[in-house]
Ligand binder design. Structure first.
Ligand SMILES: Nc1ncnc2c1ncn2[C@@H]1O[C@H](COP(=O)(O)OP(=O)(O)OP(=O)(O)O)[C@@H](O)[C@H]1O
Ligand SMILES: [Mg+2]
Length: 467
């Protein structure tokens, strides 16, 4: 069932409004027709009752011998009259009690009938031919009454009002006639008015629902942006009270997150900076160590720590800088990194590609790509870069021809200061921040960075940025 429901808030609200409208309109209309029908039937019934009263008086006042002739003369196709010695069989069940009672009361009153002379009245529910819903009655929920007058002796064929009145001398005078019916419950006017109302409500509710759901869409897009850009401008606080509250709460959250990140970065910078002073002192002291080999080892360790701290400090400074986003040609950006490195004699190449323009932080992105190419050259002999654009993303790959990375380390190498065993001792080994920095920059762009070992050997770094 839920599979048929629209999934958006907009669709669901609209559907609920429309269903509500149709049901309430149909119910209102039905009640109205029912009422009108009752009234029409009652009025029609009284006209017939008036005629029955007059004819009964006439027959009553006629001598018994002439009654048959009079009755025969009064009888016609639409208004049947008959005289019998016994009470005729009447239609039973399916009586519209209100009309029958009203007519009976009227007759008793007009003809001043005594309690022994109670007239029998039957006014069954009408057959609703001509209604758009065929033979259907709203109240009874079943077909029209097809029985009754067939058994009504002389009046076979009539299915509406039947009245049998006992005359003072024991004879029964019977009448049968059709009662007027109300129009079909679902007339053309009804459908027209419902259609018109539906269109009006549809137009108004589209406007209202758009107004309500519009800001929701901008809230979700702002939340999406927050992941990649903490410095995005705050959301406009407009719309309904609830929407304004939500936007304000969102803006507060973004401001708090930003200040939290700034505090962290500042703390990282402060620690890195402050570590350098004791490190300098340590280096000075180490220089006085007598044992030459021990001294060289100490100085090498201190140099390594120093470069780690320098890199961390640089990372913290870059984070704090919050470079603005700019439209940039990514192909040109990749080519410039490749060219710069190739110019210094490094084995770096790039496949020709069309220009791909994208909104990004060019300096940071350049740094991330340079780190990846740097790794490919350092650990994989040579780097080969490609760039292509798909409908969803811009994809950059950096392939090398080295040993790759053991499968179980492919994720761990993204951790800061983590290096695969072996590259530690190598003099080419860095401090282990390159991939962590590249990952954080690419994620800040809403993109993905993955490493995989190529089947033909070597590592592939794949950067995918949202288009
Ligand atoms: N293309 C590659 N082929 C093989 N191993 C790699 C490759 N790229 C990275 N690695 C491994 O992953 C580790 C982490 O790389 P990362 O770039 O983070 O640090 P680093 O290169 O050691 O130091 P930094 O980049 O900070 O100078 C490297 O030490 C290396 O062992
Ligand atoms: Mg590196």
């Amino acid at each position: 069932m839920s599979g048929f429901l629209p999934r958006s808030l907009f669709g669901q609200t609209l559907l609920a409004l429309l269903v509500g409208l149709v049901i309430s309109h149909a119910a209102g209309s039905w009640i109205y027709t029912l009422d009108r029908e009752q009234a029409v039937r009652a009025v029609g019934g009284f006209a017939a009752a008036q005629r029955i009263t007059n004819l009964t008086r006439l027959v009553q006042d006629t001598p018994r011998a002439s009654r048959e002739r009079i009755v025969a003369a009064l009888n016609d196709q639409t208004f049947r009259v008959a005289l019998s010695a016994k009470p005729p069989a009447m239609a039973s069940g399916d009586d519209d009690g209100q009309v029958a009672d009203a007519i009976r009361d009227f007759l008793v009153d007009q003809l001043s009938l005594g309690s022994a002379q109670q007239p029998r009245v039957s006014a069954p529910w009408p057959a609703r031919s001509g209604s758009v819903f065929g033979n259907w009655h709203p109240m009874m929920g079943r077909g029209p009454m097809m029985h009754g007058f067939g058994a009504f002796g002389p009046f076979g064929g009539f299915r509406e009002l039947q009245v049998a009145i006992p005359l003072s001398d024991g004879q029964w005078l019977s009448f049968a006639t059709a009662l007027p019916q109300g129009g079909p419950a679902f007339s053309r006017q009804f459908l027209l008015s419902m259609g018109l109302m539906a269109i009006i409500i549809l137009v108004i509710s589209i406007w209202v629902v758009r107004r309500v759901t519009g800001p929701l869409a901008s809230l979700s897009s702002a939340a999406e942006k927050l992941g990649s850009d903490l410095n995005a401008p705050p959301m406009p606080e407009t719309g309904t009270i609830e929407m304004r509250q939500a936007s304000r709460a969102f803006n507060t959250m973004q401001a708090r997150l930003r200040s939290l990140m700034e505090n962290r970065t500042r703390m990282l910078a402060a620690i890195s900076h402050d570590l350098r002073t004791p490190l300098t002192l340590l280096r000075l002291r180490a220089e006085h160590v007598e044992d030459a080999s021990e001294r060289d080892k100490m100085l090498a360790s201190i140099a390594e720590m120093d470069s780690m701290i320098a890199a961390t400090l640089q990372f913290a400074r870059d984070e704090a800088m919050a470079e603005p986003h700019r439209r940039t040609d990514l192909t040109a950006l990749l080519a410039s990194v490749v060219d710069d490195m190739a110019d210094t004699g490094l084995p770096v190449a790039m496949a020709p590609a069309q220009s791909i323009v994208c909104e990004c932080q060019p300096v940071a992105l350049k740094r991330a790509i340079a780190n990846l190419i740097d790794n490919a050259v350092k650990y994989g002999k040579r780097a080969h870069a490609t760039i292509r654009s798909t409908p969803q993303a811009v994809e950059i790959t950096i392939d090398d021809e080295g040993p790759g990375i053991p499968e179980d380390e492919l994720v761990r190498v993204f951790q800061p200061y983590y290096r695969v065993e072996g590259s530690r001792s190598r003099e080419t080994g860095g401090i282990g921040l390159g991939l962590a920095i590249a990952l954080s920059i690419i994620q800040a762009h809403g993109g993905k960075l993955t490493l995989s070992n190529r089947s033909e050997g070597g590592l592939r770094a794949r950067v995918s940025l949202p288009a």
